[in-house]
Write a protein that binds this ligand. Structure first.
Ligand code: NAD
Length: 492
C-alpha cells in the first residue's frame, strides 16, 4: 500500500519517487510506504488552499459545520476500523485507540456546534447613533504539524476549528504515523469538502515542515511535538512573521499526600504513567509522595505493576503496547542508565523486553525508580516511555515546589482528601491542566488543552480557546448618525 498526498481534492504527487516504510511497532511488519514529499508538493497544496479558502470563507459557518457533522458521523461509522489502523501504526492498545478515535468524533460534533456560535461581542459605543461589535474572521491558509503519539486526536483539535472558522489547511502528519492521516483524507474526500480546503502532505519535518513554515501564503503554523523541534519552528516562524501555536513536551507529576486514598492513587499512577507506554504528552513521569506513605505506595505500585500485561496492542488482554521505534527504545534505556548513575534506586523494570513474541517489536519493561531527587535528569527531562520516578517530600508546599521546578508545565495531579490541600494545589500548581484525585491524563475536548512554560507559547488546542489560533478579531463600527462623530472628542 502506497500512501499518496491529498492535494486539491486529488491523490497526487509531484517530482521524484521517494517513499519510506511505515512499520508496526508491535512486530516490525511493514504496513505501508509513505510519500516523502518535496517543497514542490507543499507549493501545490498551498496554491490549492489559497484558491479554495477564498470561497470557503464565504460559505456560511453553519454550512461549513455541516461538513464537520458528516465527518463526525463517518468517523463514528468507521470507528473500529480507524482504531485498528491506529493501534497497528502507533502501538497503543486497542482500547486506547478506540478512545482516541472517540476524541476525534467528539471534536467533530463539538466544533460543528461552533458553526452556529463563533461568538463575537456587541458592545455599546461611546457615541450616539453608533453601533460597535467584534467578529471572528478567518485567517487564510494554516499549516498543521502533528506528532505520532496521538495521530488522529491532535489533528482534529487543529483542523476542525480551522475549517469551521473558514480557513483551509495543509496537514503534515508525523512520518511514523501517516496511515491515520490517509484515513482522515479519505473521509474528507468522502464528505465532499470542496477541493483544496483540506490537504494532507506527507514527508519529513525538515523538508515539508520547513517549506510550510517558510511559505508566504501560510499564515498560521499550529505545531504539536517536542520542545526541541517546537523552538526551531518558533524561530523560523518568527523570522517569517507567522502566528505560531506550540504544544510541546511535559514532565508531569502526580502528588500523593499522606491523607490520599492510596489504592485510587495507585490506579491513577499506573494508568497515566504506563498507558500508551508512557508516550503521552501528559504521561505521569514523576510521583511526588509524602514521606509518611512512601513505602506503602512503593509496595502497592510494585505489586500492581506485576499485572501489566505487555504485548501487541491489538490483543484485548494486553495493557501496555510497544514504544514507537528502536530509537525510542534506546533513548528510554539511556535514561535508565542515567538514573542509576545519578544514584536513583531502580525498583522495577529498566530493560528492553525481547522474549518470545516480543522479539520483533519495541518493548520496554515498566520501570520504577525511587529515592529520586528533584534535580536529577530523570526527574527533569522528558523520557517519553514507561518510566516513573518517586520523589519524597514532607509537605504540600514542598510537593508544589517540586512539581513546579521543571521547565515544562503541561499537567499535574494531586491525590488528597483534604479540601484545603486540594484548593491550594489547584491554585499553585503551575501547569495548564490540573487533576484532583485522578492521574495526569484524561483531557476532555471542550476544555482548553495546553501548558505553561516550556510546554507552550500561550495558545491552546481544543475547547473554544482553539478558535483563537485560527481567527483574527475584527472590530466593526457602524455610525448611523449621518454626521462626523469623532471618538474620544465628540463625546459630550
Ligand atoms: P517531534 O518534535 O519529533 O515531531 C513533531 C512533528 O514535527 C512531526 O510531524 C515532525 O515530522 C515535525 N518536525 C520535525 N522537525 C521539524 C522541523 N525542523 N520543522 C518542522 N516540523 C518538524 O515530536 P514527536 O516525537 O513526533 O512527538 C513527541 C513529542 O510531542 C513529545 O515531546 C510530546 O510531549 C509532544 N506532544 C505534546 C503534546 C501537547 O499537546 N503538549 C501532545 C502530544 C505530544
Amino acid at each position: 500500500m502506497k500512501l499518496t498526498n491529498f492535494i486539491d481534492g486529488k491523490w497526487q504527487e509531484a517530482g521524484e519517487e521517494r517513499y519510506t516504510a511505515v512499520l508496526n511497532p508491535a512486530n516490525g511488519e511493514q504496513l505501508a510506504k509513505v510519500r516523502m514529499s518535496t517543497k514542490e508538493e507543499v507549493d501545490l497544496a498551498v496554491a490549492a488552499a489559497v484558491k479554495a479558502q477564498k470561497k470557503w470563507a464565504l460559505v456560511p459557518a453553519p454550512k461549513r459545520a455541516d461538513y464537520l457533522y458528516e465527518i463526525g458521523r463517518l468517523m463514528k461509522e468507521k470507528k473500529e476500523h480507524l482504531a485498528q489502523v491506529l493501534t497497528k501504526e502507533m502501538g497503543k492498545v486497542i482500547e486506547e485507540g478506540r478512545g482516541e478515535v472517540q476524541e476525534g468524533i467528539d471534536m467533530a460534533f463539538y466544533m460543528a456546534g461552533e458553526g452556529r456560535r463563533l461568538f463575537g461581542e456587541t458592545t455599546p459605543s461611546e457615541l450616539a447613533d453608533k453601533f460597535a461589535m467584534s467578529v471572528r474572521a478567518p485567517i487564510g491558509v494554516v499549516g498543521l504539524i502533528t506528532p505520532w503519539n496521538f495521530p488522529v486526536a491532535i489533528a482534529t483539535w487543529k483542523s476542525f476549528p480551522a475549517i469551521v472558522a473558514g480557513n483551509a489547511f495543509i496537514w503534515k502528519p508525523a512520518t511514523e504515523t501517516p496511515m491515520m492521516a490517509y484515513e482522515m483524507a479519505k473521509i474528507f474526500e468522502e464528505v465532499g469538502l470542496p477541493p483544496g480546503v483540506a490537504n494532507v502532505v506527507f514527508g519529513s519535518g525538515s523538508e515539508v515542515g520547513t517549506a510550510m513554515i517558510e511559505h508566504p501564503d501560510v499564515k498560521v503554523i499550529s505545531f504539536t511535538g517536542s520542545t526541541e523541534t517546537g523552538s526551531k519552528v518558533a524561530e523560523l516562524g518568527g523570522r517569517h512573521l507567522k502566528k505560531v501555536s506550540l504544544e510541546m513536551g511535559g514532565k508531569n507529576a502526580v502528588i500523593v499526600m499522606d491523607d490520599a486514598d492510596l489504592q485510587l492513587a495507585v490506579e491513577g499512577i499506573l494508568w497515566s504513567a504506563f498507558g500508551t507506554a508512557g508516550q503521552r504528552c501528559t504521561a505521569c513521569s514523576r510521583v511526588i509522595v509524602h514521606k509518611d506513605v512512601k513505602s506503602e505506595l512503593e509496595s502497592m505500585l510494585l505489586a500492581q505493576m506485576e499485572n501489566l500485561t505487555i504485548g501487541d496492542g491489538l490483543d484485548e488482554t494486553v495493557k501496555i503496547g510497544p514504544v514507537i521505534n528502536k530509537q525510542a527504545l534506546e533513548k528510554i534505556h539511556s535514561y535508565t542508565k542515567i538514573g542509576q548513575e545519578e544514584g536513583a534506586k531502580l525498583l522495577a523494570g529498566g530493560h528492553v523486553l525481547a522474549d518470545g513474541d516480543l522479539a520483533n517489536g519495541n518493548y520496554y519493561a515498566p520501570t520504577l525508580f525511587t529515592d529520586v531527587s528533584s534535580n536529577m535528569r530523570i526527574a527533569q527531562e522528558e523520557i517519553f516511555g514507561p518510566v516513573v520516578s518517586l520523589i519524597e517530600v514532607s509537605s504540600l508546599e514542598e510537593a508544589i515546589e517540586v512539581n513546579n521546578g521543571v521547565k515544562f508545565g503541561l499537567s499535574s495531579s494531586i491525590f488528597s482528601r483534604d479540601i484545603n490541600n486540594v484548593f491550594r494545589a489547584q491554585r499553585d500548581l503551575d501547569t495548564g491542566i490540573v487533576y484532583v484525585n485522578a492521574g495526569t491524563t484524561g483531557a476532555e475536548i471542550h476544555l482548553p488543552f495546553g501548558g505553561t512554560k516550556g510546554t507552550g507559547n500561550g495558545h491552546r488546542d481544543s475547547g473554544v480557546a482553539a478558535l483563537d489560533v485560527y481567527t483574527e478579531w475584527k472590530s466593526i463600527y457602524v455610525d448611523f448618525s449621518g454626521k462626523l462623530q469623532r471618538a474620544q472628542i465628540d463625546t459630550e
